[in-house]
Design a protein. Structure first.
Length: 376
């Protein structure tokens, strides 16, 4: 629970509320005004008429300027504080860096649980809401194995495969749910207990404001976040017209690897997976193949497997290195990218990167710097 919103978060929430979750309108307003604070100044609302926004957005701006409209928004802010443990925008150091390369990354994330979990290496698992018993078991087994190896399992908190994947990840306290409602709602309601378990060690995140209902169009939209957070997407069971294929397509557009688990050729549960394989998805029948095919630079995986006495302790991270470490991802960035993001001199940056390397938290490959171990 949050006590109050920072000024930056308050103005971002207000703009997000006024454009009613519209990414295109949000960008248009920011392009014109420069930032959320300028865009939401009372004396500048008249300028919104010039931006070609949808009539619904302009109507909400008009309503907001009334006493009743402001009261409604303040009630929404109270709900945000009541149901959120953290809020992240691209300006915040804890915002998942793996989402930033995508033009449609969410301008704000509301979260419950552990914000640091979003920065850990993740593998998404998706599939049918009405899986076969075999598919449910496979999802659990893959999630169990991958979470044991150190990966967080990302999914959508839906019935079926999502549910089984979260449960498998929970066995090692590593799972993340991305939902298509506000945090004041758990959908489906039967997963309330599962949601409570997830936030103890992982996180639940959404781009949707409280009171947002579980509308059908919200779930395909949240899929881009599920795939964007992850290193790759595993499709366990899917019919030909499955929402899981939307996630797989999002992953492919994002340049992520897509894995599909095969099944019986006459089973409708597997037709979607077989279609993905024909289109180029990687066939896997063991979770270790996912790790191998990703060719991950996360060397700590192999080190943990081969060490006689695995070292599970986490090194103390000096405060002056926290910002840079959180900017690193599992794919890699060159020195210029890091310098631009951290606004630091090259000499200072290289010195800090060397410190992180000595701590075993960073490695350099082909001129790119990346994480090589998670902070637990």
């Amino acid at each position: 629970m949050l006590n109050q919103l920072s000024p930056h978060h308050y103005h971002t929430v207000l703009l997000w509320y006024l454009v009613q979750h519209s990414l295109s309108s949000f960008k248009k307003v920011i392009h014109y005004f420069g930032d959320c604070e300028q865009a939401t100044q009372a004396d500048r609302f008249s300028e919104w008429q010039q931006l070609g926004l949808h009539a619904n957005h302009l109507k909400r701006v008009e309503t907001f300027q009334t006493t009743q409209g402001r009261q409604q928004f303040e009630q929404l802010v109270q709900l945000i504080c009541q149901h959120s443990d953290f809020i992240l925008t691209p300006d915040d150091i804890g915002y998942p860096t793996q989402l930033l390369p995508y033009a449609d990354h969410p301008p704000i994330l509301f979260g419950q649980g552990q914000a640091h979990a979003l920065l850990q290496p993740q593998i998404a698992m998706v599939g049918s809401r009405k899986p076969s018993p075999h598919g449910r078991q496979v999802a659990y087994d893959f999630a169990y194995y991958l979470s044991e190896k150190g990966f967080y399992i990302s999914s959508g908190l839906a019935h079926g495969i999502d549910q089984a994947a979260h449960q498998g990840g929970l066995t090692h306290q590593r799972t993340i749910a991305v939902v298509g409602t506000g945090l004041d709602t758990v959908y489906p309601a039967q997963n309330k207990q599962l949601a409570q378990q997830i936030i103890q060690s992982g996180a639940i995140v959404t781009e949707f404001l409280p009171t947002t209902m579980p509308l059908q169009q919200h779930f395909p939209r949240r899929n881009r976040i599920v795939s964007g957070l992850s290193l790759g997407v595993v499709v366990v069971e899917a019919a030909l017209k499955s929402g899981s294929l939307i996630t797989a397509n999002e992953a492919a557009h994002q340049g992520k690897m897509v894995f599909a688990i095969p099944g019986h050729i006459y089973s409708e549960h597997h037709q979607g997976c077989h279609q993905l394989i024909r289109e180029g998805a990687i066939l896997v029948d063991h979770p270790e193949q996912v790790i191998e095919d990703l060719a991950l630079p996360t060397q700590w995986q192999a080190q943990q497997q081969h060490a006689e006495k695995p070292n599970t302790s986490t090194p103390n991270l000096p405060s002056h290195l926290i910002g840079l470490y959180q900017r690193l991802d599992w794919v890699g960035q060159d020195l210029d990218q890091l310098a631009q993001a951290n606004q630091a001199a090259i000499s200072e940056l290289t010195a800090q990167l060397m410190e992180l390397e000595l701590l075993g938290l960073c490695t350099q490959q082909a001129g790119r710097y990346l994480r090589c171990r998670p902070m637990l």
